[in-house]
Write a protein that binds this ligand. Structure first.
Ligand code: PLP
Length: 395
């Protein structure tokens, strides 16, 4: 059996999204900047896509900038706010320790360029506290950026409250909503969001397309200079087909959100319930504030990487954290940020379930994971020491 359980890394393109994009790869291939009617057909498709994406977020179409994905949207939001702040002598940026690397590495670069960055702690439940953000605010703070939902542990942050705080303090607020868009309701107005990033391939659109929402009045600066596309804020001929697919996929995900969630939750809960029966295992992140499909657990005495390879042999695609960190020997910065010791964080497993998964697939995972954990523990010198009482159990 083949089980794709890594929907937080990427998703398949939905039939709706594929059908929506195909005409713009074949018959309607005009450049949207061309003046003739053939090009204008593409321009109209772009305009419709912008309206649809805006409607899904309760934004205005003029507030949507298409990008090459979530990483670019995060970079553009943060760099724009930093440049705006610097003009007023404000060079302090606030974020959290468990952001995606698209945020953390952008902040690192800005730090090297003379900005000061405060990374607020994340509590053990995987949720950032508004009070901690408030305590970090200084007169020279130019931006607060806090992710909507974490990509490794699935915890959802108090975005509306952080947004209200930032509004009160007149500080721009950005959220990386890549894991939330299409999976949870988003309302940029009600949630007090100034800038927000989304990525198509996390909700059944193709890879390489995303969007940045920037509230009217929030000044965005270019990362890419050239033509006047995206109202002069993002040069380069638009990825028309990708953008059309993203809009179709987002619309579809939002329209079916309730039924998708109702399908995913029982699968996720069964995974948690059954995998928790494995001795010395631990669920990471509070289930109270959570995206529907993400399951993150640690199993003591094993290496996450070995677990993944053996699951792969059994047809199961899973992750030990973010795709960006796999291949490195460091444990996930997210799991360390919620206070897990290195030894425990090493034995992590992320399963991310989508509406295309089935209960039969969940049953396959539930059958295979305990066997693999047991097999790896039997070969593990660390597990041996734990069993003999030569080192203390941490979970
Ligand atoms: C996937 C992801 C990104 C990066 O999006 P790309 O479109 O792959 O560049 C950024 N932030 C989060 C939380 C993600 O899950």
């Amino acid at each position: 059996m083949f089980v794709y359980a890594d929907n937080a890394a990427t998703t398949s393109v939905s039939k709706t999204a594929l059908e929506a994009m195909l005409p713009y790869l074949t018959e309607d291939y005009g450049n949207p900047s061309s003046l003739y009617a053939f090009g204008q057909r593409s321009a109209e498709a772009l305009a419709r896509a912008r309206e649809d994406v805006a409607a899904c977020l309760n934004a205005d179409p003029k507030e949507i900038y298409f990008t090459s994905g979530g990483s670019e949207a995060d970079n553009q939001a943060i760099i724009s706010a930093a440049r705006n702040g610097a003009k007023k002598g404000k060079k302090h940026l606030i974020s959290t320790k468990f952001e995606h690397h698209a945020v953390l590495h952008t902040l690192k670069r800005l730090e090297k360029e003379g900005f000061e960055v405060t990374l607020v702690d994340v509590h053990e439940d995987g949720v950032v506290r508004v009070e901690d953000i408030e305590a970090a605010i200084r007169p020279d703070t130019a931006l607060v950026t806090v992710m909507f939902a974490n990509n490794e542990i699935g915890t959802v942050q108090p975005i509306t409250e952080i947004g209200a705080l930032c509004r009160e303090k007149k500080i721009p607020f950005h959220t990386d909503a890549v894991q939330a868009a299409g999976h949870m309701p988003i309302d940029v107005k009600a949630m007090n969001i100034d800038m927000l990033s989304i990525s198509g391939h996390k909700f059944h659109a193709p890879k390489g397309v995303g969007a940045l929402y920037a509230r009217k009045g929030v000044l965005i600066s270019n990362l890419i200079d050239g033509g006047a596309q995206e109202r002069g804020k993002r040069a380069g001929t638009e990825n028309v087909a990708g953008i059309v697919a993203m809009a179709a996929a987002l619309k579809e995900s939002v329209a079916h959100m309730e039924e998708n969630t109702a399908k995913i939750i029982p699968m996720r809960d069964k995974l948690f319930a059954e995998l928790s029966k494995i001795p010395h295992s631990k669920i990471n992140g509070s289930l109270e504030h959570h995206v529907p499909g993400t399951v993150n657990m640690c199993f003591e005495g094993i290496e996450g990487e070995s677990l993944l390879l053996m699951l792969d042999d059994q047809g199961i695609c899973a992750s030990s954290g973010s795709a960006c960190t796999s291949g490195s020997l460091d444990p996930s910065h997210v799991l360390l940020a919620i206070g897990l010791p290195h030894e425990v964080a090493h034995g992590s497993l992320r399963l991310s379930i989508g509406e295309y998964n089935t209960m039969e697939q969940i049953d396959h995972i539930i059958k295979v994971v305990p066997q693999v954990v047991e097999y790896l523990r039997n070969m593990s010198p660390v597990w041996d020491e734990l069993q003999k009482g030569e080192r203390p159990h941490l979970i």
